[in-house]
Design a protein around this ligand. Structure first.
Ligand SMILES: NC(=O)C[C@H](N)C(=O)O
Length: 522
């Protein structure tokens, strides 16, 4: 299916060949045809999108066209749109609706964007296959036996299946880039701080980023132009000037590539990588070399520690961020009967333990348990326990436990602090590499998409699918995944390649991404 990009649709609107309403109607039709099977969108704002489209059309007739009118977006369901659900793929937030717009939504709305629906995702962004969603897995748009990647699998699928022009995703350790690679879309994880996180459901705050996923690099630039920039409601958003990313694309491929210093990190082409992916990425690099790029191998020596470092830091931050879901201030609340039941169970267990301690003559322990027993007089703890037990899925609980463990007394230095130090080393790896090159090129994923259920019983192998994406997240540098063709052994399944750049050098990434697009078109 060759769906028009937003840029193409926009030109058609400007020439009077189509209208915002027509565009929305055709997306709704495709959603009706395929969303049930793919499970990419959790909600479809049919009336809202159509009404907004009609409003934008009438404004255009009066000469008040907005810069992006006609841009139809799907939004990952961990980004707030006022008055709409924001579940983050969790039962915990199944009945929660946003009281305000995320900054990215506010800015896009102002520019004339239409939000067509909320996209499914792994629960709280925790996953690489979109199978941890409380609302069921998303299926790969080109072969439903396979996963679309995660955690922004619903967003990637919505773009690839033609449910919208562009989708917003979030990326903590690969969640935009990996599903983009799997589904054949372009996906940008911007520099940390480039795009406001205000209104994004927090997972690991020092790593979380919001970014666009689209059918072309040009469309990525269009959205980045609107959403990038400092924001008073996110103190980690950077006070760095925003260039015109679309204007940056007004260069010829020759100008971009001639003399471009491309670094090939040797650790990303090591054992374990799928040989076809290795070959496909190298072929792209050769094509860039033919166009004048200067290619050389570089080393990012701490790459092998990336996954371990990421999963220590991300889970530590998650355990603290997710503490807010207590069933009282936020999220799913267990019923009174269930709470009382937990309380009774807890009390029975404690009483038994106290009796045993008394029988063994362990007075100190018996006294300690007596104090605990007094504490359980309140139903509060039981309410927390029951609400969290019911509201969180298995993967989220695994991460909260791991994160709580690495932050606990006695283990903090051994794990959390050490991981912070390794994070600095990883960042230095990139700083050093960028002394001798302008961009790094590497595969986005070590393997093509895998089958549904293939890795669900093996969390470690699932975590390892992030091996090439987490280092850039830890270093905070931007990274763009671009499609480079189909996998020879699974001809329906796309392969993606990453272009990684210096902090705030998104313009160059987009230029290189566009050069890669042109190479593959021609
Ligand atoms: N959120 C992400 O960026 C995806 C990563 N696989 C994780 O589970 O943490």
């Amino acid at each position: 299916m060759n769906m028009p990009t937003f840029a193409e649709a926009h030109r058609a609107i400007e020439q009077g060949e189509t209208s915002c309403e027509e565009l929305v109607s055709s997306f709704l039709q495709r959603i009706d045809e395929r969303n049930e099977e793919l499970n990419a969108l959790l909600t479809v704002d049919r009336d809202g999108a159509l009404n907004h489209a009609r409003y934008l059309d009438s404004q255009r007739e009066r000469g008040n066209a907005r810069p992006l009118s006609g841009l139809v977006l799907a939004v990952k369901d961990n980004i707030c749109i006022r008055g709409q659900q924001v579940t983050a793929g969790s039962k915990m937030l199944a009945n929660f609706s946003s009281l305000y717009d995320a900054t990215v939504i506010e800015r896009l709305r102002e520019a004339g964007a239409i939000f067509i629906g909320k996209a499914n995702c792994d629960e709280f962004g925790m996953g690489s296959s979109n199978e941890t969603s409380h609302f069921g897995p998303v299926r790969h748009p080109h072969d439903t036996e396979f996963v679309p990647g995660g955690s922004s699998g619903g967003s990637a699928t919505a773009v690839a299946a033609g449910f919208c022009h562009i989708a917003l995703g979030s990326d903590t350790g690969g969640s935009i880039r990996q599903p983009s690679a799997f589904c054949g879309t372009v996906g940008l994880k911007p520099t940390y701080g480039r795009v406001s996180r205000s209104g994004l459901v927090a997972y690991a705050s020092s790593l979380d980023t919001i970014g666009p996923m689209a059918r072309s690099v040009e469309d990525i630039a269009t959205v980045l132009n609107i959403i990038a920039g400092e924001d008073a409601s996110d103190s980690t958003s950077a006070p760095v000037d925003v260039p015109d990313y679309l204007e940056a694309l007004d260069v010829t491929v020759g100008d971009t590539v001639s003399g471009l210093r491309v670094g090939i990190p040797k650790e990303y082409f090591a054992e374990g990588i799928d040989p076809d992916i290795d070959r496909m990425v190298r072929a792209q690099v050769e094509a860039l070399e033919d166009d004048g790029a200067v290619v050389h191998e570089v080393s990012l020596p701490h790459t092998e520690h990336g996954v371990a470092t990421y999963y220590l830091l991300a889970t530590a931050e998650a355990s603290s961020n997710l503490a807010r879901y207590d069933g009282i201030r936020y999220g799913h609340r267990a019923s009174e009967e269930d709470t009382v039941e937990v309380l009774q169970e807890q009390r029975a267990e404690l009483k038994e333990a106290k009796q045993e301690a008394e029988r063994n003559g362990n007075a100190q322990r018996a006294e300690r348990i007596a104090t605990q027993l007094k504490d359980t007089n309140s139903t509060l703890d039981a309410l927390y326990t029951r609400s969290r037990t019911e509201g969180f899925g298995e993967e989220v609980k695994r991460r909260i436990m791991l994160g709580t463990y690495v932050l606990s007394e006695g283990y903090y230095d051994k794990y959390y602090e050490k991981a912070q130090r390794v994070r600095t080393l990883i960042r230095h790896d990139f700083d050093r590499a960028f002394e001798s090159c302008d961009v790094l090129i590497a595969p986005t994923t070590p393997t093509p998409p895998f089958r549904l259920g293939e890795k669900t019983d093996d969390p470690l192998s699932m975590y390892l699918s992030d091996v090439f994406t987490v280092p850039a997240s830890l270093a905070g540098v931007p990274s763009l995944s671009v499609p480079i063709g189909r996998h020879p052994s699974e001809p329906n399944l796309p392969v993606g390649m990453q272009v990684i750049g210096r902090h705030f050098d998104e313009s160059l990434l987009l230029q290189v991404g566009q050069a890669v697009e042109r190479i593959n078109e021609g």
